[in-house]
Design a protein around this ligand. Structure first.
Ligand SMILES: [Zn+2]
Length: 460
């Protein structure tokens, strides 16, 4: 195995890979607005065909097509599935872009275009990695499957339908999904899963209509009632007070802790980015990182009741509503959370409060020693001068559960081509070209590591 030659090929041919990326980014495939999705699907298919992958566009009925392509190396070899999306977020607010979001430009070693980080850049980097193996070795080291959907930014329905109808196509030994962004210093951050999100609205109605506030001495106030209820859900330090909430919450393992200790995470930076007043659990880097990863949350996302406009309005409102966002750890499930919340409300005498549940995202993570996790971490060591930032799962929520349990393929977040400053979903989305080249090498090294080949720079 000549991984260093493959790396050289990626390095030398990166202008071609950036051209591929520019071609994809010129298509304004905004799924929320149904723009140019057919064009983006066929450009993606043609890009896969350009490296000799038979690729097809699969109809998803109402939704945009899913593009699937593969390169078969040898049946006896493992299979790597790479998931991406060709749709992007709307470019608004357009005035804040320094250049046309759909006319890619390179400035100061950075490539600016909507979708460059999320996730058209991944597609171009994966194609560059496969192309390098084909040029150097005449074959790829593992079987490769590319699946690229067109509605990730707006709905789960069309990909879910594709998986229901064609799920067998996705059989693989491991999958990469979006994420894996580099930190400021250019080191990759790999997450082996994600938290889940159980999101509810609590609604309290205490009267048919709003009242003059003089009657508040005798009539109930729904905002107070919700506040009283909310105070029973969480302690001032952030601990959730619902019975049994932590029953299935995992604790850090010694191996996970050893990775977290090596993390480049800086609590101060987190505070500075948002101009936040304080951090829970002290200011130590490891303490804050552990809280981000191992603490379930109960967050008031919004609270509405009565009058908050100019001046005063002496009203006793009839209704109050609050939106609550509960992040769950792998091992906890939304159904269980729902039952516990409802039991808590009932026990506390709050059964007049109505609960509406939004579609949950389940938490899910794979162990550090699972083959795809191991290969992705080792591959990062092959490419980067320092070990990657590895997290057992990310504090946010993503589609790991869907891949791990529904598709049935263990998944990791990363490799990626973006970085923390990529302005994903925001104006001036961009990637750093160095991260793009390293991301392509990381994909190449992952392919080699999955095949079990000795790679440059250290044993397996
Ligand atoms: Zn996105």
């Amino acid at each position: 195995m000549t991984l260093s030659e493959v790396f050289n090929h990626i390095e030398a041919n990166h202008p071609k890979a950036l051209e591929d990326l520019a071609g994809l980014c010129r298509i304004p495939s905004v799924s929320a607005q149904g723009r140019a999705l057919g064009d983006a699907a066929s450009a993606t298919r043609k890009l896969l065909e350009s490296i000799g992958s038979p690729a097809e566009e699969y109809s998803t009925g109402e939704g945009p097509p899913v593009v699937f392509g593969e390169i078969r190396a040898d049946q006896a070899l493992p299979t790597l599935l790479m998931y991406n999306h060709y749709d992007v977020q709307p470019e608004e607010p357009i005035d804040e872009w320094r250049s046309d979001p759909f006319d890619p430009v390179v400035r100061d070693g950075m490539f600016f275009a909507r979708g460059s980080a999320d996730t058209k850049g991944n597609i171009a980097a994966q194609v560059a990695a496969a192309r390098a193996f084909l040029a150097v070795e005449g074959n790829v080291p593992v079987n490769l499957k590319f699946v690229v959907e067109g509605a990730e930014e707006s709905s789960a329905a069309s990909f879910t339908r594709f998986v229901r109808e064609h799920g067998h196509l996705l059989a693989a030994d491991g999958a990469t999904i979006e994420g894996g962004y580099h930190n400021e210093e250019g080191l990759p951050q790999i997450a082996l899963g994600c938290k889940g999100d159980y999101y509810v609205e609590l609604r309290c109605r205490t009267a048919r209509i709003d009242q003059h506030s003089s009657v508040a001495a005798a009539l109930p106030n729904p905002a107070w009632r919700l506040v009283e209820c909310l105070r029973t859900l969480r302690s001032p330090s952030g601990r959730i007070l619902i019975d049994g909430w932590y029953d299935n919450a995992p604790k850090p393992t010694p191996e996970e802790l050893s990775w977290l200790r090596r993390s480049s995470f800086r609590a101060q930076r987190l505070k500075d980015v948002y101009g936040a007043q304080w951090l829970y659990g002290g200011e130590g880097d490891l303490a804050v990182l552990k809280r981000l990863i191992y603490s379930p949350t109960c967050t008031i996302s919004g609270f509405v009741s009565g009058y908050t406009g100019e001046g005063c309005k002496t009203v006793n409102p009839a209704e109050a509503r609050v939106k609550l966002d509960f992040r769950l750890l792998p091992g906890m499930m939304s159904e269980e959370a729902d039952a516990k919340l409802r039991a808590h409300l009932k026990r506390g005498g709050f059964d007049d409060i109505e609960v509406t549940v939004f579609e949950p995202l389940e938490p899910s993570a794979i162990p550090l020693d699972s083959p795809i996790a191991h290969a992705t971490i080792q591959a990062a060591v092959d490419v980067y001068p320092q070990p990657p930032d590895v997290r057992p799962w990310s504090p946010g929520s993503s589609t790991h559960y869907f891949f791990n349990k529904v598709v049935g393929v263990p998944s990791v977040s990363g490799p990626g081509v973006g970085y923390d400053g990529s302005a994903v979903h925001a104006p001036n989305e961009h990637i750093r070209i160095r991260d793009f080249i390293n991301g392509a090498k990381h994909f190449a090294a992952l392919m080699a590591r999955m095949a079990g080949n000795p790679a440059v720079g250290g044993g397996p």
